[in-house]
Write a protein that binds this ligand. Structure first.
Ligand SMILES: [Cu+2]
Length: 355
């Protein structure tokens, strides 16, 4: 049965709803709130980006900006160990991709291009972005095309970004990953040097005895049997001439990511203790005096330490057989000896007795 509402009550209902109409009117006239609208008023700046092991300088801005990040996926042949090449996929032609540095509250304007010569679609999933797919669904892009997203960085931290096009494991395993640092509003404490280290695995059809090109192996990926475990995209990226450098008395900060795709990293620096560690990408809860920090696949850790003694310090994943697969690097520290902290004691040979 239809209810008949008397005119007086109808008027009452309209008055009750009027604040809602008013709000709707304001939204129609002035627009609905959105990231785009609030970002319109922000100054536009190019993102500060560097390639491993370098880290962009600290952000000096004290207010948010609209930060433009341009990434391009490329498919190409590259060396992953001395003399050994395989097809890799990298952001901006690098594995790992660039280190991106932004500030909490910034609006991230990401332009993602997929190089015209590529054979497959690619995208970017930002762990730093709040929203379904971490932007990957909107950034899924065919070769030769470009997509864009605007997202506000809500949480400070050190975050992985990676491709999430199908099949996701292959797109990650081939090299499409990197780190983005969202500095807290108050900024990071000052240190003398910062470095970018990203651990990853390559799954190939075995490990060639001599120089050559080796194919990707889905089976080894499925079996979780990496052929190589590396820092910064290749065996030797942080050794010998590529060793990281520091001077005694300096405080060093490593931003360390681990993309996996499978392994959890037991990140360790032989001969040093991490004075401060921010686990799992968080920059909120600092822990002190850590020997080895566990970094999950798809996670990150920020470690800081003062170097007191000169010499070579070895960077490892302390699941130690992995040094034979490439997970090893060097921090070379220059400076005068510091016997107060570290010295070798000579053992006097006992005098020889006459027979
Ligand atoms: Cu991809």
């Amino acid at each position: 049965m239809k209810t008949i509402i008397p005119p007086s009550q109808r008027l009452q209902q309209i008055f009750m709803l009027s604040p809602l109409f008013g709000l709707l009117g304001i939204l129609v006239v002035f627009g609905f709130p959105s990231v785009a609208r609030s970002a319109e008023k922000l100054p536009v700046v190019e993102a500060s980006m560097t390639y491993a092991p370098n880290v962009p300088p600290p952000i000096t801005r004290k207010s948010p900006a609209r930060v433009v990040v341009t990434l391009e996926a490329k498919e190409y042949l590259d060396e992953i160990a001395p003399g050994v090449k395989t097809e890799v996929w990298g952001y901006n032609g690098h594995v790992p991709g660039p280190f991106i540095r932004v500030r909490e509250g910034d609006s991230l304007e990401v332009h993602f291009k997929n190089a015209p010569k590529n054979e497959t679609s690619h995208t970017v999933d930002f762990h730093a972005v709040t929203g379904p797919c971490g932007a990957a669904c909107w950034l899924l892009t065919e070769p030769g095309k470009e997509s864009a997203v605007l997202a506000r960085t809500m949480n400070p931290g050190l975050y992985i970004y990676h491709c999430a096009a199908q099949p996701i494991p292959v797109h990650i395993a081939k090299g499409l990953y990197g780190l983005i640092l969202v500095e807290p509003k108050e900024g990071m404490s000052k240190v003398d040097r910062e470095y970018y280290i990203l651990q990853s695995e390559f799954y190939t059809e075995g490990v060639p005895d001599k120089d050559g090109i080796v194919a990707f192996s889905s089976k080894n990926g499925m079996d979780e049997h990496p052929s190589y475990v590396v820092f910064n995209g290749k065996v030797g990226a942080l050794t010998e001439g590529n060793a990281l450098k520091a001077k005694t008395g300096e405080t060093i900060r490593f931003y360390v990511g681990n993309i996996g795709p499978h392994l959890i990293s037991s990140f360790h620096l032989i001969g040093e203790i991490f004075d401060r560690v921010w686990r799992e990408g968080s920059l909120s809860n600092e822990e002190r005096n850590i020997q080895t920090t566990l970094i999950p696949a798809g996670g990150a850790s920020t470690v800081e330490f003062k170097v007191d003694v000169p010499g070579n310090f070895t960077i490892v994943d302390h699941s130690i057989f992995r040094i034979n697969k490439g997970a090893v690097g060097t921090l070379h520290v220059d400076g005068p000896p510091n016997p107060d902290v570290y010295q070798k004691l000579e053992i006097k040979e006992p005098a020889q007795k006459n027979k």
